[in-house]
Design a protein around this ligand. Structure first.
Ligand SMILES: [Zn+2]
Length: 659
């Protein structure tokens, strides 16, 4: 057998992982050797007889664990984008071991003592040193022996329960699917959509992982809508108890670490810092958002001719969109061809702003034939990094869209970034791939994350690119969405795939007008989820929850967000963001999206005040904000960019919440 490709660095350009050589049987041996090597390196650092210096402690830790890092980076990427049964089995086996491995390092007393002895004058080193110190404290380094033992048990159980939660959810997507025998009940769905779900003479509509299923907008039969909706909100009922277990374990863990709640623990190292700050922010939005949604509901009931129910919302929202705004989103699709959107839209906007250029590297392979690789250059022709693009949905890919790094930029290793974007666009059987406007917007959003990774210009991998607080990371990506509808960008990419004609101006006008509609729904659905996450993680240690569904209802009621017609985007039983990862994930962090949007709305305003899409503006955003990654206080970086602290008003205006 040839040598395991993870044992030595890739020799491909930019150290792109050599996907052509990597096979499933390589992962477990590479993880095992990676963890063994890493522990040995860490022991050597902890046992160094000389005085602790930045170089022999913090920098040495940054350099350690290379095999493990290479393996985990590729494995996590594949586990999201192309998870075969074999990959899922490895995942179940390896996650608890990785949790234990992390504890073995963070609870190494000799190592922690040495970190505390390090002193440095250099600001970038001092920032990283403090990060390490905080990481160790937050992982339990200061606790007594007995408390550390309890912490390890808690971490292990959290990982196990969360894995079960997420596997239940995966099964429920088809296990709780809507099964229909009479095709008439599916009236409203397109012929190709119906064909795609036909199975042995029946029709099986799987559940997507959020409350409001897209088919609800099209199904004309009210009973079918109701059935689909109820299956959606009641899926994986066994997860209610697991959620209670996770929330109580997290509360105990927080108490052990010296925090009153998991929420307090969770925000302490975020830009929000305190639970009060988060509650104040969310509190400002709830009242106006619910009022907005109630007004929309009246409009929908008027259109329907009867008082609508939750399962009717999307269907009549579409009707109102057509009646009031004369807008049908599907008319735009012929103008949004994937390749054109990417090259003449996403890349074009980045070229105008930052002067960067792109070259196809078809000679470099991904892990799937649909994956494409591009080389990115600075305006002066120097190399910037690689961009890997995986646009299509497949049964082995998880839902949603995301960015991840395959190689972190760092001066320490002299490495340039390799960043990746995943989308979930349906691949047509033949012909061009035509996108919805939402998908266009998502492509710009994810590329905003990619730019954050590509422009990283820092010394240490730990703080490279998107390694910033969770409640900050969505900010640069949200800003990049603004270019999707910027007139000169739109004119450049939105052309009919057959005739090359530009998209008619009046269609765009209608789209803009219609965009404001249904904002109440979107904001309430999101806020309810953020407040539900919050309630679960404000549990006091030792507090018990008898009935998870009753807890959920009471929490939403108390927060002032309970509204029968607009349920939370995720109920407790399928809230994967907060319950499918034991110690990480977005627990007590779902507020982050709207928290980041404050900075986003402020920055969009800045670009508009300064003449929009031009080099000087892009260069300023890049040098003040994108290039520093997490190597300094990110709010100081924001002030360097914007010239002052953020205000909430631009966000309120954008969301139609100014009273
Ligand atoms: Zn994002």
């Amino acid at each position: 057998m040839a040598e395991n490709p993870f044992f030595s660095p890739s020799t491909l350009p930019y150290k792109l992982p050599n996907f052509a050589e990597i096979r499933e049987e390589h992962y477990l041996p590479a993880f095992e050797r990676g963890m063994t090597d890493h522990l040995r390196e860490v022991e050597a650092i902890a046992g160094d007889p000389g005085p602790a210096t930045f170089a022999n402690t913090v920098e040495a830790l940054e350099r350690s664990g290379q095999i493990l890092k290479r393996t985990a980076t590729v494995f996590m990427s594949i586990a999201s984008s192309d998870a075969t049964d074999g990959i899922r089995e490895i995942e179940t086996e390896i996650l608890p071991k990785l949790t234990k491995h992390g504890d073995a390092i963070h609870l190494n007393r000799a190592l922690y003592e040495r970190i505390k002895q390090v002193a440095t004058e250099d600001p970038e080193e001092a920032w990283l040193l403090e990060k390490y110190r905080v990481d160790f404290v937050r992982a339990g380094a200061d606790l007594s022996e007995a408390d550390q033992e309890r912490l390890k048990e808690l971490n292990e159980e959290l990982t196990k329960v969360a894995t079960t939660f997420s596997q239940n959810l995966l099964r429920a997507s088809t296990g709780s699917a809507l099964v229909v025998e009479d095709v008439k009940e599916l009236d409203g769905l397109s012929e190709s959509a119906i064909k795609a779900i036909e199975k042995d003479g029946k029709y099986v509509l799987p559940l997507l992982n959020f409350t409001n299923q897209p088919a609800l907008a099209e199904l004309t039969d009210r009973q079918t809508r109701r059935k689909l909706y109820e299956l959606s909100v009641n899926r994986a009922p066994e997860n209610f108890d697991l959620a209670v277990r996770l929330a109580t374990l997290r509360a105990e863990r927080a108490a052990l670490l010296g925090y009153p709640t998991h929420a307090a623990y969770s925000v302490a190292d975020q830009t929000a810092k305190t639970t009060d700050a988060v509650e104040e922010m969310l509190g400002k939005l709830v009242g106006p958002a619910v009022a907005n949604a109630r007004r929309e509901a009246e409009l929908l009931s008027e259109q329907a001719g009867f008082p609508i129910e939750a399962w009717d919302w999307s269907f009549y929202a579409e009707k109102v969109r057509k009646a009031r705004y004369d807008f049908d989103g599907s008319e735009l699709r012929p103008y949004f061809e994937l390749d054109r959107v990417l090259r003449d839209g996403v890349f074009h906007a980045a070229g105008e702003l930052y002067g960067i250029t792109f070259a196809d590297r078809d000679d470099l392979a991904g892990y799937h034939p649909d994956v494409r690789v591009f080389e990115v250059f600075n305006a002066d022709g120097s190399q910037l990094g690689l961009f890997v693009f995986d646009p299509y949905a497949r049964p082995t890919k998880r839902g949603g869209a995301w960015m991840n790094n395959l190689v972190d930029q760092s001066h320490l290793f002299g490495e340039l970034p390799v960043v990746m974007n995943n989308l979930n666009v349906t691949k047509p059987a033949e012909g061009p791939t035509l996108l919805t406007f939402d998908e266009v917007n998502t492509a710009f959003h994810e590329f905003g994350h990619a730019l954050h990774g590509l422009f990283s210009d820092v010394r240490f991998p730990r703080v490279s690119g998107t390694e910033v607080p969770r409640d900050f990371v969505e900010y640069p990506s949200q800003v990049n969405e603004m270019w999707a509808t910027w007139p000169s960008v739109l004119a450049n990419f939105a052309r009919h795939h057959e005739t090359g004609e530009p998209v008619p101006a009046e269609l765009l006008e209608k789209m803009k007008a219609a965009e404001k509609f249904n904002q109440g729904f979107a904001t309430v659905e999101y806020l309810a989820a953020a407040l539900l996450d919050w309630a679960w993680h404000k549990l006091a240690p030792g507090e018990t929850v008898e009935d998870a569904e009753a807890f959920e209802a009471a929490a939403l009621e108390r927060a002032g967000i309970a509204f029968d017609l607009v349920r939370t985007r995720y109920r407790t039983n399928y809230f994967a963001h907060i319950f499918s990862s034991g110690t990480g994930g977005y627990s007590a962090g779902y507020y982050s999206y709207i928290w980041s949007e404050v900075l986003d709305a402020e920055s969009v305003e800045w670009f508009k005040e300064n003449d929009g899409l031009k080099r000087g503006n892009g260069d300023h955003f890049r040098s003040a904000l994108l290039s520093v990654g997490g190597s300094m206080d990110v709010m100081a970086a924001f002030r360097n960019f914007r010239g002052r602290d953020p205000r909430i008003e631009p966000l309120l205006e954008r969301r139609g919440l100014l009273t």
